[in-house]
Ligand binder design. Structure first.
Ligand SMILES: Nc1ncnc2c1ncn2[C@@H]1O[C@H](COP(=O)(O)OP(=O)(O)OP(=O)(O)O)[C@@H](O)[C@H]1O
Ligand SMILES: [Mg+2]
Length: 324
């Protein structure tokens, strides 16, 4: 039995239900879209935050290095002055010491010429005795060694001061078109046999890698990086690979080793002056900070990628020289 009124009501309800279902589906779709958009902007925000953080860290690092540069320049200047007169005084002492020695020998000769029956014999024995007690022979020999050691010490301090000055240098060095491969080769000429005695050295240097640079400073950077690699590898299985190539507008030099690697914590401190993990007397911790300063003055970058226990790669990027 049909009830047209009821059927009509059901149909109206059904349509209303259908409309409601569609509206809900649309709302759900909208919600989904909005949450996707929200998620995307959250991701963007988080990336922006990360890059801001890393920019801030880089800024802090370069500000720190810049103020260290100023400090180093001041220190180098202050230390240089006393070093100058200490060295000059030691040089004077080095001149005087043999004269005292000679005077002592003459005195001994004179004393020996006094015969035993001379009225001066008793006096002679007294003086000889006193001179023996003073161990003048030993003092003369030791003074000579002390002077040599002091000179070596001062020379070392002078090298450190020069290093500090290089780190603080304002880039006044003379730059000219320099072939990076040539600069690397001439550095290797100096240290190849030393490096080869400790590691297997391979080279892959492309032609025509010209940069605008002070070639002796560049050589210093390569020397520091290669020496560090040599000091990081194991004597029996050490591998050092030196590579130079062009990448877009950059000339890239990479020095790779399979040495001990550098912990994440130490990677952050590498370019800070005096950071070293080497025993006292073996490393001053200036090599990388000086290299950083030089590369910065050449409008380049130096960076490191390293895994503890498996090796390190240092990359130096310099703007390729554009010939007019
Ligand atoms: N290739 C490398 N592998 C492992 N550690 C390295 C490497 N290069 C640098 N390091 C680490 O970085 C530190 C700082 O290097 P840097 O060249 O500035 O100073 P140093 O080698 O200790 O002393 P210096 O170069 O003044 O004789 C080193 O002591 C070492 O711990
Ligand atoms: Mg070093």
């Amino acid at each position: 039995m049909s009830n047209p009124g009821l059927e009509q009501d059901i149909a109206v309800l059904h349509r209303a239900l259908e409309r409601e279902r569609k509206r809900r589906a649309q709302a759900e779709h909208l919600l989904e879209e909005k949450s996707r958009e929200l998620f995307a902007s959250f991701n963007e925000l988080s990336n922006a935050h990360d890059s801001l953080k890393s920019n801030q860290q880089q800024l802090l690092q370069s500000e720190k290095l810049a103020s260290l540069g100023l400090l180093s320049a001041g220190l180098a200047h202050e230390i240089n002055n006393p070093i100058g007169f200490v060295l000059s005084n030691v040089n004077s002492l080095a001149e005087y010491a043999p004269k005292f020695d000679r005077a002592y020998r003459l005195l001994l000769e004179l004393l020996n010429e006094i015969e035993d029956d001379s009225p001066l014999a008793a006096r002679r024995d007294l003086i000889t005795n006193q001179l023996d007690k003073m161990e003048i022979d030993y003092l003369a020999e030791d003074s000579h060694e002390l002077i040599i050691e002091t000179k070596e010490g001062i020379e070392r301090v002078r090298q450190i001061v020069d290093g500090l000055r290089d780190f603080a240098r304002d880039g006044a060095g003379k730059k000219s078109a320099t072939d990076v491969a040539q600069s690397l080769s001439s550095t290797l000429v100096l240290i190849r046999s030393h490096v080869k005695s400790l590691a297997n050295l391979s080279e892959d240097l492309q032609d025509d890698l010209v940069v605008n640079a002070d070639s002796s400073q560049l050589g210093q950077v390569f020397m520091n990086l290669i020496m560090n690699a040599t000091q990081a590898v194991d004597e029996k299985s050490g591998e050092i690979h030196v590579q130079a190539f062009r990448e877009d507008t950059w000339v890239v030099v990479q020095i790779r080793d399979n040495g001990c690697g550098i912990s994440q914590e130490n990677q952050a401190k590498l370019f800070t002056p005096f950071f070293t993990t080497k025993p006292v007397g073996e490393g001053t911790g200036l090599g990388l900070s000086i290299s950083y300063g030089i590369v910065r003055d050449h409008n380049g970058h130096i960076d490191v990628s390293s895994t503890e226990g498996s090796g390190t790669t240092f990359s130096v990027r310099l703007p390729a020289h554009i010939s007019e």
